[in-house]
Design a protein around this ligand. Sequence first.
Ligand SMILES: C[S@@+](CC[C@H](N)C(=O)[O-])C[C@H]1O[C@@H](n2cnc3c(N)ncnc32)[C@H](O)[C@@H]1O
Length: 154
Amino acid sequence: MTEPSWRVLNRAMWDERVPFHLSSRLYDLPRFKAGALSLRAHEIADLGDVSGKELIHLQCHFGKDTLSWARLGARVTGLDFSEAAVKAAAALAREIGVDARFVTADVYDAPAALGQRTFDIVYTGVGALCWLLDMERWAKVVFDLLRPGGQLYL
Ligand SMILES: C[S@@+](CC[C@H](N)C(=O)[O-])C[C@H]1O[C@@H](n2cnc3c(N)ncnc32)[C@H](O)[C@@H]1O
């Protein structure tokens, strides 16, 4: 099937944004590299102890939030359709010495891209859902990614 032009354009926009975000004050990478977490306090409080839990971060961008969950002890996978973002995420993980897996795929293809693997937590962060056209299909993806008793954190 031909990829719709809106999606090609949207992904190109994200590819282009990666280098800007990496050096932006908004994302403040120096602080993150020095050990700060990028998660909001309520997210950490809501999910509680994540140590040892398997977490998939949908639309992870260049992985700051994904790697923050890893710093809190989760076993993390980040997924994004921007190859530039995923490459930057993997490089960031290597640089700060945090174990993480990053996968390039459209969120709607996540279960297949992850080999039907399931997770304890599906996390999606700030500024993610607004780019998606079909929330019922997205919810089915989340359902397929969660193991019984797993949690979606939105
Ligand atoms: C605003 S960013 C997320 C920012 C992230 N919460 C953070 O703070 O770093 C939105 C991300 O969604 C990704 N994205 C948009 N549509 C997508 C899709 N259909 N499948 C996978 N990723 C997608 C973009 O590549 C981008 O990295």
